[in-house]
Design a protein around this ligand. Structure first.
Ligand code: ADP
Ligand code: MG
Length: 380
């Protein structure tokens, strides 16, 4: 990928620039916890974006996307937003940097990536954080890393129409090889934990389905969580978010809230604890416990939070049958990927069984992405 970018850059711009990269991300555990003020536990992966960049002394950005085979030029004023989707991410990062008092002037760039688009690995965060990091470096703006993540998040909000949280950009900027990062979504405190599963592989299985329910169900889940938190708050005023509540406090209000809200809250409170348990297990190098927690999360997402679907439950059950150490739906639910922790010697059998049985059952193929926890935004 690097060589292709360099060759294209030389052809288009007649010289060499500097290389920057960033990564997509996975979230090992901690699902639907972010808007409940709980923990997420992401890490950057070995799939990302590489961009070659050189300042061009003009007030124009000249960008070529290898993957779209498209060249775009745009200015840096608010009115200069390009119409191409991919270019608006770069434009947004420029604008958000400028809004924070950073300097940005014209540059030439050629970039490419290998994060599958829209598969739940956040290719868009990889793109944003590559450019956020690179511009900060090239113009010596001295913007801190958290603010670089926020530049990516604001780009999604203000230029791409996606009201996302901070996790993806956070992971993509802060990610380090062999480490996952526990982020407290309420305080934004974070801590690195070792993730070096020797003898295991981490593999995503993409069901390649996305059921329509996702956004209305999401709003309903949020409302249930807020309702449960409000009921608990009457007894325990310190509960700002649902994740602040103890399990026994939820039991106290069982008869005051709809059964559905109770189940949603039961999942969230359990999930916050599971993230902590997984962190403890990782410090001991106990990947079997990590895996068991992943299965528990899947159960909760499927039966209590009810955001799974037939395809994902099928893949989860199959993982169990194949003695996969851990497996769960990753992301918002109703489709997308499962994330699986599987022993090296069981990997081939699991993948073969999943491919064959999934296609036989659902009539279309799945996709498989091996991932290794790797560095996030950086200069190459
Ligand atoms: P994801 O879940 O992968 O982040 P999004 O829809 O949020 O999916 O972002 C995908 C968009 O990001 C693409 O439509 C494109 O505009 C941009 N993008 C991601 N990767 C690349 C790439 N390699 N080259 C050009 N644009 C990319
Ligand atoms: Mg995205």
């Amino acid at each position: 990928m690097k060589e292709k970018i360099q060759e294209k850059f030389r052809t288009l711009f007649g010289q060499d620039g500097e290389l920057f990269a960033s990564a997509g991300r996975i979230n090992l555990i901690g699902e639907h916890t972010d808007y409940n003020g709980g923990y997420v536990f992401p890490g950057a992966i070995d799939k990302g974006i590489i961009a070659e960049i050189k300042l061009n002394g003009s007030d124009k950005v000249k960008a070529y996307s290898i993957d779209y085979d498209e060249y775009v030029e745009f200015g840096l004023g608010e009115e200069d937003k390009p119409s191409q989707g991919w270019a608006s991410y770069i434009f947004g990062v420029c604008r958000e940097t400028l809004k924070r008092g950073g300097k940005v002037e014209g540059f030439d760039t050629v970039f490419a990536g290998d994060v599958p688009l829209g598969a739940g690995l956040s290719s868009s965060a990889a793109l944003e954080s590559t450019f956020a990091y690179a511009l900060n470096y090239l113009f010596a703006n001295g913007i801190d890393k958290f603010e670089l993540a926020k530049i990516g998040q604001s780009t999604e909000h203000n230029y791409c129409g996606v009201k996302c949280g901070i996790m993806d950009q956070f992971a993509s900027i802060f990610g380090q090889q062999g480490k996952l990062i526990r982020l407290n979504c309420k305080t934004l405190e974070y801590k690195y934990f070792p993730f070096n599963p020797e003898g295991y592989k981490l593999v995503l299985i993409d069901s390649c389905v996305k059921h329509e329910l996702a956004s209305s169900a999401y709003n309903k889940r949020r409302a249930s969580c807020e309702n449960a938190a409000a009921a608990i708050r009457k007894n325990h005023p310190e509960v700002e978010f649902l994740s602040d509540a103890k399990r026994v406090w939820l039991d106290e209000v069982r008869d005051e809230i709809p059964e559905e809200d109770f189940l949603r809250a039961e999942y969230v409170i359990g999930e916050v604890q599971r993230v902590l348990d997984v962190c403890d297990a990782l410090e001991r190098g106990d990947y079997e416990t990590v895996g068991e927690m992943m299965y528990q999360t899947h159960f909760g997402l499927s039966r209590l939070y009810e955001v799974s679907c037939e395809e994902l439950d099928f893949l989860n059950k199959l993982a169990r049958k194949c003695d996969v150490t851990g497996s769960r739906v990753m992301g918002g639910g109703f489709g997308g990927c499962t994330i699986n922790l599987v022993k090296d010697e069981l990997y081939d059998g699991f993948i073969a069984a999943a491919k064959e049985q999934f296609e036989a059952r659902f009539g279309h193929a799945l996709k498989v992405y091996d991932v290794v926890i790797s560095d996030g935004a950086r200069k190459l």
